[in-house]
Design a protein around this ligand. Structure first.
Ligand code: ADP
Length: 473
């Protein structure tokens, strides 16, 4: 049986800031279902320690150079029962705030050590120096937080194969050059053929340089990041490594996201029995203080409020949506300027626009179920999950033709895909959607086409398993 150590900085349901957590919660579990012994390595943040009462110690590292005393605990993720190794280092991880930032949204000043430790232990557990009896055949790292792991393995002379997955190239783990020594990397590693990146240390660059294979979360994004426009400075390296770079589309958790059995919904429905969706729309309009009108096209957004997500374009077309009798509901949190603009829009259009500024997983389910049309105008999108949730919930997505959005929504068949990267492009797609919305049978056909798509994790897990097999033979 192939064994994989899956190192990650967040995993549902323990700790989540974005799509990485969804993938880390679901992919290892899906791999285990098809016979791969995949285990997770995760920092012991307070939320993780609290959520896993059955943790027990399996190893102890004394006086680790650069990182101090650290314990390794083992437990199992609730429900999926995926084994998880948790790094118990209170000094690094037990503190207020999120995984990367304090309560005020400022990056922790010691993130290089915090995720240096995660990378170091990932490499150690994947090497012959591991204190565990269980030894992975391959190390699978995710995003910059684990990027130094393949470098640690390389400079220690170990040859365990490594896969690095890019979930979001925008975060590169860049730190000043002095950190190379502070993190126990040899001076020669600070080189273009090493961890150096435009005069600094980049965790992500290190991972992409030393990994045996690079994956990202959709085929289109794998192609796009080889060009300056979306390569975020890494395009040269990624182009050099293009023969070792593939895109594997994320799946979605079809148990959590199932309108026929979703505990967050009062009315259930499926592609065979759709009337419940109307009940969800009525309930959502009531909950969000929107005018009760099931004929009004109800648009929705669930998103981090970041520049990447194109909310400025939504704001620009909102007047048009309202002029055409539409309603808009937005759930999101993030940049203060976008939060304020959305709050103002809702304030100026009571009963027609509702904005919930915050993070609320249960509400995100009720929005996906209750709306007619989901807007996802991301400037770039490595994979994106919400457009897939929307398809499954019969809420027709309108998406910008980028990355995973382009790979999951079929224009004119399951949703609307537009190319022009601006609010005009979005508006033209909205007009097309509104025209179809007026033709009930055609609209229903599109809804059902989306609901019948298979985005289960099993397909993606099989692609990862095939990649592991290729690298191990
Ligand atoms: P990203 O990882 O760039 O944020 P994805 O679409 O890949 O984008 O994943 C976002 C995940 O976070 C989805 O599961 C989405 O439902 C969830 N999400 C984002 N913002 C919120 C919010 N304010 N409340 C609830 N869920 C949210």
């Amino acid at each position: 049986m192939t064994s994989i150590l899956f190192a990650t900085s967040e995993a549902r349901p323990l700790i989540k800031t974005g799509g990485l957590a969804d993938v880390s919660g679901a992919l290892p579990a899906a791999l285990r279902e098809i016979g791969v012994d995949c285990r997770i390595l995760l920092p012991g943040y307070r939320k993780v320690m609290d959520a896993l009462p059955d943790l027990h110690e399996v190893a102890r590292f004394h006086e680790l150079p650069y990182f101090g005393n650290v314990r390794l605990l083992e437990g199992r993720i609730p429900v999926s029962e995926t084994p998880v190794y948790v790094i118990d280092s209170p000094w690094h991880y037990l503190r207020e705030g999120g995984p990367y930032q304090d309560a005020l949204g400022k990056d922790f000043p010691d993130n290089a050590w915090r995720f240096g430790l995660l990378s170091y232990l990932a490499a150690r557990l994947a090497s012959p120096d591991s204190p565990l009896d269980w030894r992975p055949d391959l190390l699978h790292g995710n995003d910059w937080q684990t990027g130094l792991a393949p470098a640690y393995l390389h400079y220690a002379g170990h040859r365990t194969p490594c896969v690095m997955t890019i979930h979001n190239l925008a975060h590169q783990g860049i730190f000043p050059p002095e950190m190379v020594e502070e993190l126990g990397l040899p001076p020669e590693s600070f080189d273009i053929s090493g961890v150096e990146y435009y005069g600094n240390l980049s965790f992500l660059k290190a991972g992409l340089y030393f990994a045996d294979w690079i994956t990202t979360v959709s085929p289109s994004y794998a192609e796009e990041i080889q060009h300056a426009h979306l390569g975020m400075g890494m395009q040269g390296l990624l182009t050099d490594r293009r023969d070792h770079l593939t895109g594997i589309l994320n799946g979605i958790d079809t148990t959590d996201w199932n309108p026929a059995g979703d505990p967050h919904l009062n009315c259930k429905y499926s592609s065979r029995a759709t009337p419940g969706k109307k009940g969800c729309k009525q309930a959502l309009q009531a909950e969000m203080g929107l005018i009760a009108d099931t004929d009004a096209p109800l648009f929705g957004v669930v998103s981090r409020l970041a520049d990447q997500k194109g909310l400025d374009w939504v704001l620009q077309v909102s007047g048009g949506i309202l002029d055409r009798g539409g309603q808009l509901v937005v759930l999101g949190t993030g940049e203060k300027t976008i939060e304020t603009a959305l709050r103002n829009l809702a304030h100026n259009h009571p009963g027609r626009v509702a904005a919930f500024i915050g993070y609320d997983e249960s509400l995100s389910h009720r929005i996906e179920a209750g709306i007619d049309i989901f807007l996802m105008p991301s400037r770039f999108e490595p994979c994106g999950l919400n457009q897939m949730y929307s398809l499954r919930y019969g809420s027709v997505p309108i998406v910008h033709a980028t990355g995973g959005l382009k790979d999951t929504v079929e224009d004119g068949v399951t949703g609307f895909v537009y190319r022009e990267p601006n609010s005009h492009g979005l508006w033209v797609a909205i007009e097309r959607a509104l025209a179809l919305f007026a033709q009930k049978p055609a609209w229903r056909k599109m809804m059902l086409a989306g609901m019948k798509q298979d985005f289960s994790w099993e397909k993606s897990a099989r692609e990862y398993a095939a990649l592991y097999d290729r690298l191990l033979t």
